[in-house]
Design a protein around this ligand. Structure first.
Ligand code: NAD
Length: 480
């Protein structure tokens, strides 16, 4: 269903259909509270098998949607879903076990433990840029934690969404996992319902809309958002490795990655050398000319005309304010193509320095004071990722201690996403809460504090209050 063309009766039908499925999931959510690890693992195995069985169809669909190379589909869509499933299959029994805690001075005689209970009915809203990954990785965590879920994939990659819908419908009964295709109108209809948890991945702007809607029902949220992730290359960095690695992190998916290096600060003493190396890497990876690069089997295109125009607009704006194109710079709107581009001498007021680029443009800024770089980063909203390239431990320590970001890599780019034992998430403007592994399991669980009574010391505090009780409280005041 498409919001733009929804008439009133259609809107009512949409709301009614969304409510029907939501209500149908109520009994299942209660039933799944009793589900065992084996039952949840069986569902995750089924999902993993379905995704692997449809790998070819996913590759084809993603090529149709934005010419994503099949190798990148395997690396960034299928593999992360399979890895997340594998991790959950291996570890879920352990994660589900109640966690005992030590008694405290005030609670002698009581056994305390944390029980991970399913949140219940969960809504997963996904973006377009890694559509399979960002629908199914949260879904695996939702299932692992014993929930039912409704998924709302993005409308911007229709071929891939069709495969996602097929996988969900073939794998799950609607009362456990349902899926609604469509744009903001469908999200809006879903967001009106009192879900127990919302897991949203997308832009900070829409994240605010989601959080405001969740607030109406005091629904908990995980918000996986975006922003401008800076990279710092100091004067001691291995420039060859940095150039190869950063360009890989940037131009995979054509720069349409939430944790892609958005822009680079490089020390003035090595800036020219870095730009030379980066230009050479760009040509070696994608071709020597604009035409070769546009035909490269290793580069996706921009997702649609609107975004091609948006990215081209950022480039034009930067150039008109004096930015210099070091490599790339070509645009072909009809082909949804913007060449992988290195820019330098960018004035601070260029739009490219305040808006998330989310495309194949890489601004490279020189610096001479690391403190000034840190001050600049701290003056911006907290980024989703931060990358620092250095062999100088004191510089690394300074950057890591004096900045904040969702995640970070030292002498690497983007791979923290793939580390299943690390939390993946943002901070403030780049997100709230975490995904992946046990962190994803906890995002979809309520950590219920439980006390089991062995003997009841609290009896001495019952009224009528005695002198003895007052002495015990006074003693406790000294001991705590
Ligand atoms: P988006 O915020 O435009 O859309 C995300 C989802 O929200 C889509 O399903 C869309 O249909 C829905 N939506 C759009 N407008 C809505 C509205 N008004 N009300 C309710 N729902 C609405 O994001 P996008 O363009 O699909 O993806 C790009 C953004 O996502 C970037 O900012 C990127 O950094 C971020 N992102 C973050 C992560 C992460 O893990 N932190 C991963 C991928 C992308």
């Amino acid at each position: 269903m498409n919001a733009a063309v929804l008439t009133m009766p259609e809107a009512n039908t949409l709301d009614a259909e969304v409510r029907r499925v939501f209500e149908k999931q109520f009994d299942s959510a209660i039933r799944l509270r009793r589900s065992t690890a084996d039952e949840r693992i069986a569902k995750i195995k089924k999902l993993k098998a379905a995704v692997l069985a449809h790998a070819g169809a996913i590759q084809q669909a993603m090529y149709q949607d934005f010419k994503k190379p099949p190798e990148e589909v395997d690396l960034t869509e299928i593999l992360p879903v399979a890895a997340e499933a594998g991790d959950n299959i291996r570890k879920l029994r352990k994660w589900m076990r109640p966690t005992s805690v030590w008694p405290t001075l005030l609670t002698g005689g009581l056994k305390g433990y944390v029980q991970y209970e399913p949140r219940g009915r969960c809504l997963i809203i996904a973006p377009w840029n890694y559509p399979v990954n960002l629908c199914f990785v949260p879904l695996i965590s939702a299932i692992a934690a014993g929930n039912v879920a409704i998924i709302k994939p993005s409308e911007m990659t229709p071929h891939t969404t069709a495969v996602i819908v097929k996988i969900v419908k073939e794998t799950f009964a609607e009362d456990e996992v349902a899926i609604f295709e469509g744009d903001a109108a469908v999200s809006t209809s879903l967001l009106a319902l009192p879900f127990d948890h919302i897991f949203f991945t997308g832009s900070p702007a829409v994240g605010k809309i989601v959080m405001a809607a969740a607030a109406k029902h005091l629904t908990s949220v995980t918000l996986e958002l975006g922003g401008k992730s800076p990279t710092i290359i100091d004067e001691t960095a291995d420039l060859d490795l940095a150039a190869r690695n950063i360009l890989w992190g940037k131009f995979t998916n054509d720069g349409q990655t939430c944790i892609a290096p958005d822009y680079i600060y490089v020390h003035e003493s090595v800036k020219a050398a870095f730009l030379d190396k980066a230009s050479a890497v760009l040509k070696a990876s994608y071709g020597n000319t604009d035409a070769e690069q546009a035909a490269s089997p290793c580069l996706s295109h921009v997702v649609n005309q609107r975004h091609t125009q948006r990215v081209a607009g950022l480039l034009e704006d930067a150039k008109s304010r004096g930015a210099k194109v070091v490599a790339g710079g070509g645009v072909n709107l009809a082909d949804q193509w913007v060449a992988p581009t290195l820019l330098t001498d960018i004035p601070k007021d260029a739009r490219i320095m305040s808006e998330e680029i989310f495309g194949p443009l890489l601004p490279v800024l020189g610096y001479s004071s690391l403190q000034k770089v840190i001050d600049d980063i701290n003056a911006q909203p907290k980024p989703l990722a931060l990358y620092v390239w250095s062999k100088d431990e004191s510089n690394v320590r300074k950057v890591m201690q004096e900045t904040s970001s969702g995640g970070a890599c030292i002498n690497h780019t983007v791979v923290h996403y793939l580390h299943g034992n690390l939390p993946f998430g943002g901070v403030n403007n780049s997100g709230i809460g975490n995904a992946h592994g046990i962190y994803g399991f906890k995002a979809f669980s309520h950590e219920r504090a439980v006390i089991r009574t062995r003997f009841m010391m609290a009896k001495m505090f019952f009224p009528p209050y005695s002198g003895f009780m007052k002495k015990v409280v006074a003693l406790l005041m000294k001991l705590v």
